[in-house]
Design a protein around this ligand. Structure first.
Ligand code: LLP
Length: 405
């Protein structure tokens, strides 16, 4: 679901025609819907109510990496969301947006000592440890400062999430987490350290997941580990179940509705007697944004014409990186269609958004959008080819503002 809709033949975001944003701000530009962010946030939180009702605590930490725009973070802070951060920069943004320090989870496989210290000094809620040595270093850094770091150990459950290899994280060969069979011994050693309050375990098996089965399998493996840990007297009060729910990018995609995910979580986690933590990113941000672009030329091609737009791989990297599909729609479609290649102006062939795709007929000067660009869009932008960083606009009702920061 999103809040981009056609009215009188033109695409609007909430109460604002995209044409007006293009005229005021120029293109390319990311356009986000505040209403969509709020709705997605509420829907996800509501989906976890049954898990809460079944006796577990629930903490939702938005995975900032999906869209770290400060205006977006403020909006999610107002919805009561915590944050999952993976760098000192993301931590600073979360704090600047008013997300309470104790609602912040610090993930990341390569947190530097300086970042660990910043996290400790800011009093962030939880460090998700990626290896034993990180826990040893964190404990020492905390102890030196007279502090205690709350932490969980991220385990790698060796589950195939069935997603793109570059965004799969829960297979044993991936760089994330510690092998689940080694976790009990590590947990025992880390739990004994001064300066560390080891309170549970974490997993995250991948992103853009459509199938609940691998998630459920991973959760059951985690529970077996938790039982083992508790069985030898360890305290396990927090279990971080990660993020990963997929969204619809193209016709035929059937993402899991958050309510179905929530029902699975409630069923699987009943009786766990812990605070369950979640790190959704894409499901909150993906369909809350589009990349608005202008067609520069329609260039004749050998097989199909090339629609050259003013957005490029430096603005939206997903197609070049993951062969990702983003729907391409005219802002003012005529009903006529064309088969075309869609490409940007950057000087490499990888700067191609689609090949031989049937799309709305467009001409030079027309406006168009790449859909489902609210997550992993602007945040992955670069200045390659000395192109300016793409601006971002947040629409709220009939108002809009440039919110890039
Ligand atoms: N938690 C951890 C530890 C993660 O590594 C990730 C994503 C998330 C939460 C959020 O996952 P989500 O709910 O958004 O699926 N740039 C790629 C996606 C990379 C995701 C990496 N980790 C893309 O554009 O598809």
């Amino acid at each position: 679901m999103d809040d981009f809709h056609y009215r009188d033949g033109e695409l609007w975001c909430e109460g604002v025609p995209l044409r007006r944003i293009a005229a005021d701000v120029g293109t390319p530009v990311y356009v986000y819907s505040a209403a969509a962010f709020r709705r997605h946030a509420r829907e996800f939180a509501a989906a976890l109510k049954p898990a809460g009702a079944a006796g577990n605590g629930v903490h939702v930490a938005y995975a900032i990496k999906a869209n770290p725009n400060l205006a977006v973070l403020k909006l999610l802070a107002a919805e009561g969301y915590g944050a999952d951060v993976v760098s000192g920069g993301e931590m600073a943004r979360a704090l600047a947006a008013g997300i309470p320090a104790d609602g912040i989870v610090f993930s990341g496989v390569g947190k530097t000592r300086a970042e660990l210290v910043r996290g400790l000094e800011a009093g962030i809620g939880q460090f998700n440890l990626e290896l034993e040595e990180e826990g040893v270093v964190l404990a020492a850094l905390a102890k030196e400062r007279g502090l205690t770091a709350r932490a969980v150990l991220r385990v790698n459950p060796d589950v195939d999430a069935g997603t793109h290899a570059k965004i799969s994280t829960g297979k044993s060969e991936n760089k994330f987490g510690v092998p689940i069979d080694q976790a009990p011994a590590m947990y025992a050693r880390l739990a004994a350290l001064d300066g560390l309050d080891l309170r549970g375990v974490a997993i995250h098996i991948g992103s853009q997941l459509f199938d609940l089965a691998p998630l459920e399998a991973a959760y059951r493996r985690v529970k077996a580990l938790v039982d083992q840990l508790r069985g030898v007297g360890h305290r396990v009060t927090h279990i971080d179940l990660g993020g990963g729910l997929g969204v619809r990018y193209k016709a035929g995609d059937v993402p899991t509705p958050p309510a179905d995910y929530g029902a699975m979580v409630a069923r699987v986690t009943a009786g766990w007697d812990a605070t369950l933590m979640f790190e959704p990113g894409r499901v909150i941000a993906g369909n809350a944004g589009v990349l608005l672009t202008t067609v520069v030329w329609v260039k004749p091609g050998v097989t199909n014409p090339y629609v050259i737009v003013d957005a490029a791989m430096n603005d939206l990297a997903r197609p070049a990186l993951y062969d990702a599909w983003h729907d391409f729609d005219a802002v003012a479609p005529t009903g006529a269609r064309m088969t075309a290649n869609i490409a940007g102006p950057v000087c490499e062939t990888g700067d191609t958004f689609a090949m031989g795709r049937e799309v709305d007929l467009v001409r030079g000067g027309d406006l168009a959008v790449f859909r489902t660009a609210g997550a992993y869009g602007a945040t992955m932008a670069s200045t390659y080819n000395s192109r300016a960083l793409v601006p971002e606009v947040l629409v709220d009702g009939d108002r809009f503002a440039v919110v890039a920061d």
